[in-house]
Design a protein around this ligand. Sequence first.
Ligand SMILES: CC(C)(COP(=O)(O)OP(=O)(O)OC[C@H]1O[C@@H](n2cnc3c(N)ncnc32)[C@H](O)[C@@H]1OP(=O)(O)O)[C@@H](O)C(=O)NCCC(=O)NCCS
Length: 173
Amino acid sequence: MTALPEKRFPSTADRIDRIDRRLTSRLTMRGVVEADLPELLRVDREAFPEEPFHYFELRQSFDIHGDRILVLDDGESLHGYVLFVTTSDGYVNWIKSLAVTPELHGRGLGRRLMLEVLRRLRTEDVHQVRLTVEPTNAAAITLYRSLGFSFEGGVRKDYFGPGEDRFIMTLGL
Ligand SMILES: CC(C)(COP(=O)(O)OP(=O)(O)OC[C@H]1O[C@@H](n2cnc3c(N)ncnc32)[C@H](O)[C@@H]1OP(=O)(O)O)[C@@H](O)C(=O)NCCC(=O)NCCS
């Protein structure tokens, strides 16, 4: 029997890759709306299973900083979000949360969200962007470093309470 060209039998990995590419290219980034809150909660729980936001925290973040939450939407469900809040003097912005659902990690979506935030902040008076990150969160640290963030000092012991150490990373705009 003659072997058929491999191309006619794409591997499962190739198929998943194609589905991934179709999904990620279909994702639009837009501002959050109230109807997104249950989905936002789901995305947050999937991305931070150990320490998700309580619903009331997301609700209040939406009420207070709704114009500072961007989501990634495929038309049916959300796959990521970023929450970024500027201090009252207008000079410093904190990235309060950045999340991509686990099945879409490593497809450039976290970078896409962060680049859009930085693009928007560059049109404002913001001088510095700040964020906290767990010392063990290699993916996030690598992403932030590749965007130009650097560490402000060493690990902050118990920054978010006992046992909750964090790095602070900053980027000047
Ligand atoms: C951190 C997070 C937002 C990154 O999003 P992502 O869409 O997976 O990341 P991207 O595909 O955009 O990758 C951007 C860069 O991050 C780095 N990166 C991503 N995943 C990585 C990993 N597993 N290990 C090391 N570096 C990684 C790479 O530098 C990558 O750039 P490259 O693809 O050009 O090499 C995502 O992993 C996530 O939601 N994690 C759980 C929640 C979380 O930790 N949020 C951050 C809190 S501070």
